[in-house]
Write a protein of this length. Structure first.
Length: 199
């Protein structure tokens, strides 16, 4: 039988290359019982413009990034100077990334603290709280924190852009602002309580 010299495989190892390629129409198949392992230090990437097919539907790479960022989040506590909250400067200067609930614990001397909101992926939610202490007695009712912005826009509850916001505790309650990233690098205030104001 004459060899078919027009045949070209769609899955191949690049000549003098260091990768396997599934060309147009080609597929890397993992059959039942098989697996793909990505070990420590390795990276699996869905490039911008690429799709991840799940159960017959496609998720665009950019949307997948937003989904992961918005759903994955931790909680953290930020103190003023130390864990006993006696200082007047926050121990962290930027709102941590991938935290959904951030609580700032102040002291009576924390009247000029500030923290920065930075760049963000669309879809992320953040509950930012300022409290006088963690006991619920709010003895430090002079605690105040200025919320600044860097690399992002903050929309207030009326939809207008604001340069900064101010949060202060009272003798009766803490203060909170619920932010949602309505677009990349755009935070919007969706709920608030206590004593937040624009500054």
């Amino acid at each position: 039988m004459t060899q078919d010299e027009t045949y070209q495989t769609t899955v191949y190892q690049e000549r003098e290359g260091d990768r396997y390629v599934a060309g147009s129409g080609g597929t890397f198949a993992v059959e039942s019982g098989g697996s793909v392992a990505v070990y420590s230090g390795a990276q699996m990437t869905v490039e911008s413009g690429g799709n991840l097919a799940i159960a017959g539907g496609d998720i665009a790479g950019d949307d997948l990034r937003r989904l992961v960022v918005s759903e994955w989040g931790d909680t953290c506590i930020i103190y003023t100077g130390s864990t006993v909250a006696t200082g007047s400067v926050l121990e962290i200067s930027n709102v941590p990334r991938n935290c959904r609930i951030v609580t700032i614990v102040g002291s009576t001397s924390a009247s000029q603290c500030s923290i920065w909101m930075t760049s963000v992926s669309a879809g992320r939610e953040l509950l930012l709280r300022v409290v006088g202490d963690l006991t619920g007695t709010f003895t430090n009712n002079n605690t105040s924190v200025c919320i600044l912005r860097s690399g992002c826009t903050i929309l207030n509850s009326l939809g207008g852009a604001t340069a900064s916001m101010h949060m202060q505790t009272s003798a009766a309650s803490d203060t909170f602002i619920l932010f949602k990233a309505v677009a990349d690098n755009v935070w919007a205030v969706v709920a608030e309580g206590g004593h937040p104001t624009e500054s």
